[in-house]
Design a protein around this ligand. Structure first.
Ligand SMILES: *Cc1c(COP(=O)(O)O)cnc(C)c1O
Ligand SMILES: [Zn+2]
Length: 388
């Protein structure tokens, strides 16, 4: 394990979450020599257990992963990785199965997370299955209904924090520093990313190494995890070309996109992040150093899209492709269209969009604003219209 801030190295130790010297982010450096193809058994995250370090007394799993890679109907070389089909409806389950298995194996009884919603839902379900308790810090009034419901349903203890996700995250950081009996399952926990990297392995098994992977980026753990998965395949000699990693952020919460595009020396965090895409409404991405590494190493880029573009893309995916995703996930489709328009991506390039979360997570905006039904007195007029 190596610290991204001070460069110190440590032997692989499942107990290590952050650098014991400076508190920086740790990378788990796997030096796999070879992979025994016969070890690839079953489906989902644990199919790749030979590539997931750590000792696990028990694997706490809900059969996460193994999500479909759906070829777009309208764009021949576009593929949609539908992570909304995970057990709690987002890719967070891939990381949570590893983090909760670690917590259980290390003897923890309580896990803690700050969340915009999906980490909360996932942690609540997996720790319920493991018999652990879940403590959540959530930004008050800012968590989508479906996600809040899941956390309550699975029995988490919820603390609502004033301000944004970033305020909730600092509560977790503080607790983590003060109380060593509580295990943090946010994505600064590098073990979670070992589960999320399996997105790359699955894409590879379906279509090989694509030209671009577009990832909605909030705390920025996932873009790094997917890059890491491909990097390990490259180091193993299984692929000879890395996909370019593209981070997409919402206009009101775009510190990484601004850092990349404005050539800033230091990242300028966003104090009051705002966007309809609640899962990426994050102003201080905890994993920004990892995201920058993934983008730069793969020669990718970052961009921002507006809320209108996101909602338009959500409707496109739902009404043209038949795939229901939450707004954060739709940002990838908005980005794809933008990058086709400005020529960064060609129609011939093979592109994968990571559709991170299910539509049912976040029904508020559409139910509240779309005109979605007609009065029962007008049924005949309506049917005549449909027949045209
Ligand atoms: C967590 C999440 C993201 C952002 O992932 P990061 O690893 O924080 O960048 C994007 N979309 C959805 C639906 C999420 O739940
Ligand atoms: Zn350090």
């Amino acid at each position: 394990m190596r610290c991204l801030s001070c460069g110190a190295s440590f032997n692989i130790d499942q107990k290590l979450i952050v650098c014991p010297i400076c508190g920086g982010l740790l990378e788990i450096i796997n030096e796999f020599q070879d992979i025994n193809k016969n070890s690839l058994k079953g489906r989902g995250v644990w199919r790749y257990k030979e590539l997931i370090p750590g000792n696990y007394k028990k694997i706490v799993s809900l059969n996460e992963g193994n999500t479909p890679l759906i070829n777009s109907k309208n764009y021949e070389n576009l593929y949609l990785k539908f992570e909304g089909l995970n057990p709690t409806g987002s890719f967070k389950d891939r990381g949570m199965t590893v983090a909760i298995s670690s917590a259980y194996s290390l003897g923890y009884k309580i896990v803690v997370a700050a969340s915009t919603g999906n980490t909360a839902a996932s942690a609540s379900a997996y720790s319920a299955r493991a018999g652990l308790k879940t403590l959540l810090f959530l930004p008050k009034g800012k968590v989508a209904k479906g996600k809040m419901f899941q956390s309550i349903l699975h029995g988490a203890v919820i603390v609502e924090v004033d301000g944004s996700f970033d305020n909730a995250m600092s509560r977790v950081r503080k607790l983590f520093n003060e109380d060593k009996d509580i295990y943090p399952v946010n994505s600064f926990n590098p073990w979670r990313l070992e589960g999320q990297k399996t997105i790359a392995y699955e894409i590879y098994e379906d279509i090989g190494s694509p030209d671009f992977v577009i990832v909605p980026t909030g705390n920025a753990g996932n873009i790094y995890a997917i890059w890491k998965g491909f990097k390990e395949l490259e180091n193993l000699g299984i692929i000879d070309k890395m996909p370019k990693m593209i981070a997409v952020q919402a206009e009101g919460a775009s510190p990484i996109a601004d850092f990349i595009n404005k050539n800033q020396n230091e990242m300028k965090f966003v104090e009051n992040p705002e966007t309809v895409a609640t899962a990426i409404r994050i102003g201080k991405p905890v994993n920004y150093m990892k995201a920058i590494k993934a983008i730069k190493d793969s020669k990718g880029t970052a961009l921002k899209v507006s809320d209108d573009e996101i909602l338009y893309a959500q409707i496109y995916l739902a009404r043209e492709e038949g795939i229901g995703v939450e707004p954060a996930s739709a940002s990838t489709m908005a980005a794809y269209k933008k990058l086709l328009d400005n020529g960064y991506i060609d129609k011939k390039d093979r592109v994968v969009l990571i559709l991170t979360g299910h539509a049912l997570k976040d029904p508020n905006i559409m139910v509240n604003t779309e005109i979605h039904s007609v009065s029962q007195d007008n049924i005949e007029i309506l049917i005549n219209k449909l027949k045209i």
